[in-house]
Write a protein that binds this ligand. Structure first.
Ligand SMILES: C=C(O[C@@H]1C=C(C(=O)O)C=C[C@H]1O)C(=O)O
Length: 266
């Protein structure tokens, strides 16, 4: 979705299409990372020494170094991009070298950033499922793929802000959200914004995508059609992808929706 385009009414179906497109990005990013062993050492605090005094993990070091460059080209001034570098990190991320873009004020001003939760989920739960255990010394390659996966997941989950704004603006539900927000009823907000039919359809589609995208398609087998029932090993377990969304991506997206709505009237 072009966030520079002046939005009047946020279209929920357009936003959902963006989330569908991000499914492909996330699956292919996981396929890339799963080439390498888990290489757990890159997630361990203090396992590496850095000349600049950085004391985090190898992965956190790469995140910091890359996000400094991305900050200079104003990546984090876009309302759909959020850094993993903590807001209180010293030194802070550098200021952009480019002038600010004039984004239309789509979202209510907020400081919601749950990337710390996303990073913990990713290293503690997802990597052990997606990658074979062990150490193949591909530390730089693994961390590079990790950063791409983390950025994809962060964008997808924080898109919950746009989804929540769209639902808040919907005349059919606006008054209910206002009442629940004023009552600080997080559970009621969570229930109102949940669409189980959309979630069920998403998980079915995700399993098919992960099965098909994970196949090696033999180029001389013209008759073969990649289907969800295709035989052969997948580069990423469809169960891992579905589990990721069911246990983490969808709940974290809804957490962002609730957090955003709770501060919507501030
Ligand atoms: C994103 C939405 O809000 C909720 C979260 C969903 C998700 O994270 O995939 C799907 C449906 C809703 O329960 C939506 O309504 O599309």
């Amino acid at each position: 979705m072009d966030l520079l385009k002046t939005q009047t009414q946020l279209s929920l179906s357009e936003l959902r299409n963006t989330l569908i497109r991000l499914e492909d990005t996330i699956i292919f990013g996981l396929i890339e990372r799963a080439q390498f062993k888990s290489n757990d050492i890159i997630y361990q605090q203090g396992a590496f020494h850095f000349d600049n005094g950085f004391t985090g993990s190898f992965l956190e070091y790469l995140i910091w170094e890359l996000e400094k460059a991305h900050a200079k080209v104003r990546r984090y001034q876009s309302p759909d991009e959020y850094p993993f570098t903590p807001a209180d990190h010293q030194p802070p991320l550098p200021a952009p070298i480019l002038p600010a873009l004039d984004y239309p004020p789509i979202l209510h001003p907020n400081h919601i950033n749950i990337n710390a939760q996303i990073l913990t989920m990713y290293t503690a739960s997802l990597i052990p499922q997606a990658c074979a255990p062990g150490d193949d010394s591909n530390y730089g390659s693994s961390a590079t793929k990790d950063v791409e996966c983390l950025q994809n997941l962060s964008k997808r989950i924080h898109y919950g802000k746009f989804i929540a704004e769209s639902k808040f603006q919907d005349p059919q539900y606006h008054d209910q959200y206002v009442q629940l927000i004023k009552a600080r009823d997080a559970k009621g907000i969570y229930q109102l914004l949940t669409n189980e039919a959309v979630e069920r359809k998403l998980l079915r589609r995700l399993r098919r995508k992960a099965t098909i995208y994970g196949q090696d398609i033999d180029d001389d087998d013209a008759t073969a059609t990649a289907t969800a029932n295709a035989a052969g090993p997948s580069k990423i377990s469809p169960d891992v992808v579905v589990d990721l969304y069911e246990k983490y991506v969808i709940p974290l997206t809804k957490q962002v929706e609730v957090d955003y709505l709770l501060q919507r009237l501030d």
